[in-house]
Design a protein around this ligand. Sequence first.
Ligand code: 8YV
Length: 322
Amino acid sequence: MSPTRPRLIVSQHLLAAAQARIARDYDAPPAPDHKLTAEELVAQARAFRPDAVLVTSSTPVSAATVAALPDSVRVIATISVGTDHLDIPAIRARGIALTSTPDVLTDSNADLAMMLILAAARRAKEYLALVAAGWGRGLGMDEMLGTQVTGKTLGILGMGRIGRAVARRARGFEMTVLYSNRSRLAPELEEGATYFADPRAMLPRCDILSLHMPGSKDGQPVMTTELFGLLPRGAIFVNAARGSLVDEGALIAALKDGHLAGAGLDVCRNEPDPDPRLLALPNLFMTPHVGSATVETRTDMCMLALDNVDAILAGRPALTPV
Ligand code: 8YV
């Protein structure tokens, strides 16, 4: 008789390789054809009684959701590095193991942050619009000029794994790197970047500011009118972290009045329906939360989440516990 296979549900369809591994190793219902809401996740969990629940950052797991999960659930594995969609104390209080997928998405996210820096500084949205409209007329010597990136000063708010990966890339562009973080890093992790305990002291020196900190749970923004105001006129602002970090009204005002020359966002507050005022700005280059969206990285994220589930259900320690 074959041993009973562990039971698992997923909040959204995963990459084919991950779905094949699930089909091979688990009892699982067909993957959903849309991202499950928290209510749908709970309904499926109560009907199927899984040992493991795989979610992404698109499916919030609040205290109420945790309370409604059946006793069968032993592990929640989020396919994300961010955990702001999860009520961690509630998960812990129910004795459910929790894992995430750090490290495997660091490079992909840092690559995208560089793309946003370059796109925002070099007016990519306006150039694309011009070319899409047929181009039709050679630009003048002083027309539609962007901001040079090479050699500028980059400020990084949040110098964790991703912030440091952005700093490494910025050095390739001969940039001076400043950072602000809860605590100062060891010199081997700083790699020459200059630490500011108070971001307010760093911002006036930044030609470009990039956010790489976890999302704020209470929705309180880090970037307010006051903080945008501390950046020098003509600065570039980038956020590939979480939309909750930014007061979008303050960002829109700073982009409209030219205090910021441009911005690059991969995230916003009301995903996937951004404030239309953001989308209307010619100097805001935006991507749809795709920091980890490469074949390599999304494959690694799914496989790491499944490795974590395998470990926990086999009584071994998780590879990347939260
Ligand atoms: C994912 C993310 O795209 O890792 C994170 O925190 O936000 C992203 O990598 C996301 O989990 C997919 O919804």
